[in-house]
Design a protein around this ligand. Structure first.
Ligand code: TYM
Length: 334
């Protein structure tokens, strides 16, 4: 089976973008692959963070993986910082990655503007740590949302460079991974502006629906979300980004095809559509929320899963780390 690796940062709550762009796709195809899903807590400290909640946020994301349907029969769940090889490989990769490759990253530039004077070295280095996450498991495929495509391309550039400098065509040092980006849901947009992606860092809570939002909160957010004055709803009209986004959410959350939704909604007004989307969203999230509460009620259960995950992930990570260190010429510890 091909190897899959992906991860989510424990910064706040997960929203529909994280779910539809990433986690739901992990769940749907997990039987076909050998999967590793990590909670990337080392990435969460690349911007100012709250030490009082980092650990709890990390466990909450792991619990959400399970609540969304990650199955331990096919998948390993672990915490990035529990495996020191991630930081160690990131250092090795740092020393062969030209700094200007990182300065070009769109996400770095966007986040750096918001941080002003306080941009950390870690924020610039974020994609190299992400490359280490992927490469330590010899991953073939990395299922993510559209916004991560550039980071995976950078990972590929790093692999090509290392293999070229330290490997041979017969014996490459690192495996070249491919992104796995589904067309639908790859870019879920904000509820307050259909031209901006739904994001954890948007200061407005109204801009996103979180997986753990109460039915009441979901109803309020959809009621207030941005629409347009045009009657009749349609996909793919560049002048109606909100309309396209809300119909896409409806299609994905109700499990219907785009064609079926286009037909169902072509003569609808917003007054008719919004209650439908509200009901569908609440129904889709309800089983996830119930399962999440069950998991969180038994901390020992989650701890056990993360302990096992760590043991399994560490084995794979050590093999690759030693392979890279050997290729770079290090003496291995006696
Ligand atoms: P994070 O936590 O920002 O996002 C987690 C996943 O959610 C996807 N995503 C979206 N998809 C569709 N529409 C949106 N509006 C939206 N917002 C977020 C992201 O594409 C991502 O798949 N850098 C990664 C974390 C990471 C990682 C890795 C991923 C660290 N190491 C190794 C894969 C492999 C990130 O963006 O996390």
């Amino acid at each position: 089976k091909k190897r899959v690796l992906s991860g989510v940062q424990p910064t706040g709550n997960l929203h529909l973008g994280n779910y539809l762009g990433a986690i739901r796709n992990w769940v749907e195809s997990q039987q076909d692959y050998d999967n590793y899903f990590c909670v990337v807590d080392l990435h969460a400290i690349t911007v100012p963070h709250n030490p009082a909640s980092l650990a709890a946020d990390t466990y909450a994301i792991a619990a959400l993986y399970l609540a969304c349907g990650i199955d331990l029969q096919y998948s390993t769940i672990f915490v990035q910082s529990h495996i020191s090889a991630h930081s160690e490989l990131a250092w090795l990769l740092n020393c062969v990655t030209p700094i200007n490759w990182l300065e070009r990253m769109i996400q770095f530039k966007e986040k750096a503007i918001k941080q002003g004077e306080n941009v950390s070295v870690g924020l610039l280095d974020y994609p190299v740590l992400m490359a280490a996450d992927i490469l330590l498991y010899d991953a073939d495929l990395v299922p993510v949302g559209e916004d991560q495509k550039q980071h995976i391309e950078l990972t590929r550039d790093i692999v090509i460079r290392i293999n070229d400098q330290f490997g041979t065509p017969e014996q490459p040092v690192l495996k070249l991974p491919d992104p796995l980006i589904r067309k639908d849901g790859a870019r879920v947009m904000s509820l307050t502006d259909g031209t901006k992606k739904m994001s954890k860092s948007d200061p407005s809570e109204q801009s996103r629906i979180n997986l753990l939002d109460s039915p009441d909160a979901i109803a309020k957010k959809i009621k207030r979300c941005k629409t347009d004055p045009i009657k009749g709803l349609e996909f793919d009209n560049p002048e109606r980004p909100e309309c396209n986004n809300l119909l896409t959410l409806y299609a994905l959350l109700s499990g219907q095809t785009k064609e079926a939704v286009a037909q169902e909604c072509q003569d609808m007004g917003w007054g008719q559509f919004k209650p439908l989307l509200t009901e569908t969203t609440i129904a889709a999230l309800q089983p996830i929320q119930t399962k999440y509460q069950d998991i969180m009620a038994d901390p020992g259960y989650l701890e056990g899963i993360l302990r096992q995950g760590r043991q399994k992930a560490e084995q794979s990570a050590q093999v690759v780390l030693e392979r890279v260190k050997t290729a770079l010429g290090f003496s291995l510890p006696f």
